[in-house]
Every structure is written in structure tokens, then in C-alpha cells.
Design a protein. Structure first.
Lengths: 299, 365
């Protein structure tokens, strides 16, 4: 190697490193730019909700004021009236009952279905698993007419228990599908080790699979919770008394009378309705992210 | 403690027969190693003994009882898997005690057994840790501990050391042997590593293509292979297989491997090989039996000259590769006497260790 070549090498290496670091810096700047842009974009509606909920009715009605700031001072009147003079708390209670029952039913059915379809190979198990997923692809707006007939036939029309019956038809297929994937990703040696240790299939499920697949189960729970908490079309079609109504439909129907919109209370109601999902997501995300299968096998 | 027996066992996956009519008797306390290349049916055989695979035909006996239709938990066996298969959400103690808890053992008995196994395996200080906080070797010890606490009739090992690095593998091999000497239990161990098979086994079962090629002690397998496959599989580097003609040489016989190289068959073996005189055969000789001429009392006719193609110094010995009549041969010589590549060297074939193989059947004569 010539002296010139020897001298050129370190310079070339440094050049490549400098260029890599410059590339990385630009990648970071671009990422942050778009992240901030999206964060602002998605935070505008919640910000508007908070600001409006803390205004008085007169300030909301006054067109001259800037809608993005609170000019006349913060007031909690909207929350007070909503909680004391409307059926909001009944809607809230109904939604909690419906959601808890839906999540419980979904998890029991999906865990058993996913375990049998994902781990116990039997004739037709593959086709059945695909079939379950295909049912999820049918839009719920197409299903609510036949479901209306069924719910009416069993006498649960205008009862939130009808929702407990209907929501799992939306949540079970998808939750089963994502849990099949989780159960299949667990090394087969784990169930073989459990079989040899003396576990039956139920013990294998409860003592090995559920704890190991907890991130998947929590993901499925979050999904079932979200679907049930935020459902609009079914309660709109199936429920019409205020005492049976859930948050999504109840808040809107009781606070919009003809062309009169109670914006302050609507925003306060939306904020309070959004709080439980936020708290639950924040709490469960830690579990969701934790990789519980670490250490089971070589890796 | 129990003997294990396989009688005409067959395993088919759809129409493919992966285990073909094998029979095997394993006496109480024996350490048997099933060895063979990938796809030879050794792991399937082990899984059939464990009850993790159904058998297509034949019978499996554990402790004299037919277990064909018994589920794994009722066979009183314990198994150690290649990838450990530890329960990731349980501590080491919980992993080891899981089987005992399911069998409703009293708490103090569980603790006594786990402590005892942990002492044997030197993992007492790890009992509170989760598997993810353990190294590969420690995980494998826990997997063994889980098997030991059960005090089963039979231990089954499915390539337990394959995931460990070379140094740890040697260490754990010794550990497994030590544990077997302490906890005398019938053991069936599957590996593709012939060194593991030779060092651990009381008897080795060599499998190939779903059949048992030979069952023998490690020494017997090495010195008296029954088939060309066994001769080539056991030993590293592999035995040299050289096309030859067995010639009559006066009253004795000679192995002719080229126009210039003909090696005399020892008188003690001539009678055995006499019926094959004049036939084309395969001459088998291990690299360690092709050396530099060492002692004066050796038969000078066993010496020959070769031009070395490749020389591989290994430290305590040097591997030399040369070609005779287009066939590559490997020898193992003293580092001090090895010539360089392209140079000529005198070599000595220890014909007392020779094998002759029938080319069509692969049987060692």
C-alpha cells in the first residue's frame, strides 16, 4: 500500500462516519417535525373540548369571543349541571355494566376458542380459525337488522342487556383471531413440558398459556373495551329509553334538542366519557409492552 | 427406575415412514444415547417414548407395562428439551416444583426435593430468579432440575446441549454424566453429536433413515462398526473409505488401492477375508491409523509414499490430506514429522485396524 493510500484511509473513514451522523441528525429532525405536527393535529379536538367545557353557556353562545380561549373565567358549571340535572350518571353506569360484561364474555369465549384453535390441532381447525376472522370482516351496519330481529325475539329490545348480547358478536371474532396468533407464538415445548409435568389442558391454559400470553390477552381486552365503550350504531337502533341508554348515544340525544346544542355540557360529557378509556390504556400499556415470554426458550 | 423396551415400533406421518420397525431394550439405570444425522428418526423415537407422538404400530414398554395409549403424565417420565422450555412467568423454584404441585405433593416434600436437586445442580442461589435472568447454562440446569425433582422412572433428553456454546457444552456434558451417576435412572438421550454420544453413553444406538444401524458400547462402535454408515458417522475426522481390490498375495491377502500402493492384510484377518479375494471392495481406515512410521518392529510393507495436498496443524497433531488414485485420504501425524503441502512423505497404515466393506450392501465384512 502506498503512503498516499495509507494517508487517505483514515480521512475516508472519518468522512463516512461524519456523513452517517449527519444522515442520522436529519432523520431525527424530520421525525420530530412530523411527530410534533401530528401531535398538534390530534390534540386540537381534546383542547377544544376542555376549553369549551370550562366556559359558561353565555360565553359559548357569544359569537364575538375567540373560541380557543376562555375569556370570562373558568367555571365548572357545565360539569355540575351535567351530573346533577341530566341522566348522565345513568348513562355512565349503564355503559360500565355493558362494557364490563362484554369484556368478560369476550375474554372467556375468545381465550378458550383461541387456545383450542391455536394449540389443539384437530380436523378443520385451520378453516374454522379463518372463518372466525372472516365474520369480523362483515360490517356491523349490515348485521344490525337481523340482530334487531333476534334481540326483539328474545325480549331484550330497549334493554342494555341486549347490548351485552350483541357486542360480543363484534368483539369475539377479532379477539379470538389476535389471541390465536399469540398462543401460536408460544413455543410448543412449553405445553409439552406442562403435559409431561402432569398438567391437563385446562391447567395448561390457566397456569401456562394465560400468564405467558398476557400481553396478547390485554391487547384483546383493550380492543373489546374500546368497541363496547364507543359503540354508537347498535344503541342508537336498539335503545330508546333514557334509563337504558349508554354514554355515546345518551349524551348526544339528551343534550341536543332539535336545533339547540348544549355545547358546554356536550364537551364536558365527552371529556368525562373519554376519561375511563384513557386511565385504562395508561394502566394496561405497561403490561402490554412487557415481553413476558423472555427467557422461556433460547433467545 | 425402570427398563424401557421398544418392539417393532413404526411411526408414519401421512404416508412417510420416519421410524421403521425398530426394536430396542434398555435395562434399568442404563444411559442410552440415540445418535444419527438430522431426520433419522431419533427425536421422533424419543417423543414416542415420552408419549408426545402417537405410535403407528408396535409397542412401547416402560417398567414392563405397555404405555402405547398412556398420556405423558401417566408414564412417569421427565424430559429435558433442547430449548429448555422453562415457564417464563415462574421463578426457578416454581418451575422445578410445578410438576410436584400438580401431583399434589405436600409442601415440605416439594421444598425438600427442590432443595436437594438445586444442591446437586449447584443452583441453590438461583431459586428465586426468573428464567430471563439466567444464562443458557443455568437455564439448562434448571430444566434438568425440573426433571430430577420428579424422581421419574425414565429421563429423556432431547438434544439438551445443542443451544450452548462449545465450552459450556463440554462442561454440561460432564455435569449430565455426574448427575446420572448420582441419580441412577434409566436415561434416553438424543443427540446428533457423536462426541456427546461416545462420552455419555453406556450404549449408543446409531440411527439412519428411520432404522437402527447398530446398538453397541462406544468402544465397540468405534472399533467394530457393522455398517459403512456407522463407520463413517462415528469418529472425527471420518473414516477414510477407499475403493480397492482384495488380491491374493502368496498365502496371504493384499488390499490394492492403486497401481503403486498395495497393503498387506494381517495374517490374523486373512482367513476371515479369504472368501472375498479377487473382489472389488471398500477399504476403511481411520485417519488416526494412518501415521508417520513410528516403530522398527512394524511391517515395512504397510508403508507407502504420498504427496501431501493439504496440511492442517491442530497443535498436538497434524492432519495431512493426500490423494491416491483420485481418492482423497486423511492421515493424522505427529506435528514434528509432517511434511509441507506439495512435499512427499512416508506414511504407515496400521492394517490391524483395517475394515473391508461390501460396496453394495454397505456391510462391514
Amino acid at each position: 500500500m502506498s503512503t498516499a493510500a495509507l494517508a487517505a484511509r483514515p480521512t475516508g473513514g472519518f468522512g463516512v462516519r461524519a456523513s452517517l451522523s449527519r444522515n442520522r441528525r436529519w432523520a431525527l429532525i424530520t421525525s420530530y417535525f412530523f411527530l410534533v405536527l401530528f401531535a398538534i393535529f390530534f390534540l386540537i379536538p381534546p383542547y377544544y373540548m376542555v376549553v369549551t367545557a370550562l366556559k359558561s353557556d353565555s360565553e359559548v353562545a357569544r359569537m364575538a369571543t375567540n373560541p380557543w380561549i376562555i375569556a370570562d373565567g373558568v367555571t365548572l358549571d357545565q360539569f355540575r349541571i351535567l351530573l346533577t340535572q341530566t341522566d348522565f350518571l345513568i348513562f355512565f353506569r349503564n355503559t360500565i355494566i355493558v362494557t364490563m360484561c362484554t369484556v368478560a364474555i369476550t375474554m372467556v369465549v375468545s381465550v378458550f376458542a383461541a387456545f383450542s384453535l391455536g394449540r389443539m390441532k384437530f380436523w378443520g381447525s385451520g378453516i374454522l380459525a379463518t372463518g372466525i376472522f372472516l365474520t369480523y370482516l362483515v360490517p356491523d351496519t349490515l348485521l344490525f337488522i337481523p340482530l334487531f330481529q333476534i334481540v326483539k325475539a328474545i325480549g331484550l329490545l330497549n334493554s342494555y342487556w341486549g347490548m351485552v348480547l350483541v357486542y360480543p358478536t363484534l368483539t369475539v371474532p377479532f379477539c379470538t383471531w389476535i389471541m390465536i396468533g399469540y398462543f401460536q407464538s408460544i413455543p410448543k415445548e412449553l405445553d409439552e413440558a406442562a403435559l409431561i409435568d402432569g398438567a391437563g389442558h385446562l391447567q395448561m391454559l390457566t397456569k401456562i398459556f394465560i400468564p405467558v400470553a398476557l400481553p396478547g390477552i390485554i391487547a384483546a381486552m383493550i380492543f373489546a373495551f374500546t368497541v363496547s365503550w364507543a359503540a354508537f350504531v347498535y344503541p342508537m337502533a336498539f335503545l330508546y329509553s333514557a334509563d337504558q341508554q349508554v354514554l355515546t348515544v345518551g349524551t348526544v340525544t339528551s343534550l341536543i334538542r332539535g336545533d339547540v346544542y348544549k355545547w358546554g355540557m356536550l364537551m364536558a360529557g365527552a371529556l368525562m366519557a373519554a376519561a375511563p378509556p384513557l386511565v385504562i390504556y395508561a394502566f394496561l400499556m405497561d403490561y402490554y409492552i412487557a415481553g413476558l415470554t423472555a427467557g422461556a426458550t433460547k433467545g | 427406575m425402570a427398563e424401557v423396551a421398544l418392539r417393532n415400533v413404526v411411526k408414519r406421518f401421512d404416508n412417510v415412514e420416519v421410524v421403521r420397525n425398530i426394536s430396542l431394550d434398555i435395562p434399568d439405570n442404563e444411559f442410552v444415547v440415540l445418535v444419527g444425522p438430522s431426520g433419522c428418526g431419533k427425536s421422533t423415537t424419543l417423543r414416542m417414548i415420552a408419549g408426545l407422538e402417537e405410535i403407528s404400530a408396535g409397542d412401547i414398554y416402560i417398567g414392563g407395562e405397555v404405555v402405547n395409549d398412556l398420556p405423558p403424565k401417566d408414564r412417569d417420565i421427565a424430559m429435558v428439551f433442547q430449548n429448555y422450555a422453562l415457564y417464563p412467568h415462574m421463578s426457578v423454584f416454581e418451575n422445578m416444583s410445578f410438576g410436584l404441585k400438580l401431583r399434589k405433593f405436600p409442601k415440605d416434600e416439594i421444598k425438600r426435593r427442590v432443595d436437594n436437586a438445586a444442591r446437586i445442580l449447584d443452583i441453590t442461589e438461583l431459586l428465586d430468579r426468573k428464567p430471563k435472568a439466567l444464562s443458557g447454562g443455568q437455564r439448562q440446569r434448571v430444566a434438568m432440575g425440573r426433571a430430577i425433582v420428579r424422581n421419574p422412572k425414565v429421563f429423556l433428553f432431547d438434544e439438551p446441549l445443542s443451544n450452548l456454546d462449545a465450552k459450556l457444552r463440554v462442561q454440561m456434558r460432564t455435569e449430565i454424566k455426574r448427575v446420572h451417576q448420582m441419580v441412577k435412572t434409566t436415561t434416553v438421550y438424543v443427540t446428533h453429536d457423536q462426541v456427546e454420544a461416545m462420552t455419555l453413553a453406556d450404549r449408543v444406538v446409531v440411527m439412519n433413515g428411520g432404522v437402527i444401524e447398530q446398538i453397541a458400547t462406544p468402544q465397540d462402535l468405534y472399533h467394530h462398526p457393522k455398517t459403512r454408515f456407522v463407520a463413517g458417522f462415528i469418529g472425527s475426522p471420518a473414516m477414510n473409505f477407499i475403493r480397492c481390490r482384495l488380491e491374493q498375495n502368496g498365502v496371504g491377502l493384499r488390499v490394492r488401492i492403486s497401481d503403486t500402493v498395495g497393503l498387506p492384510v494381517p495374517a490374523a484377518q486373512s482367513r476371515r477375508f479369504q472368501p472375498f479375494a479377487g473382489k472389488e471392495l471398500i477399504f476403511g481406515l481411520r485417519p488416526e491409523h494412518i501415521t508417520e512410521p513410528r516403530r522398527n518392529d512394524r511391517d515395512a510393507n504397510c508403508e507407502f509414499k504420498a504427496t501431501l495436498d493439504v496440511v492442517e496443524p491442530m497443535g498436538m497433531e497434524t492432519m495431512v490430506y493426500f490423494t491416491v488414485d483420485g481418492q482423497e485420504i486423511c492421515g493424522r501425524v505427529d506435528p514434528g514429522s509432517a511434511a509441507g503441502p506439495g512435499e512427499s512423505m512416508r506414511l504407515y497404515a496400521d492394517m490391524d485396524r483395517m475394515h473391508l466393506i461390501e460396496p453394495q450392501t454397505g456391510a462391514v465384512l
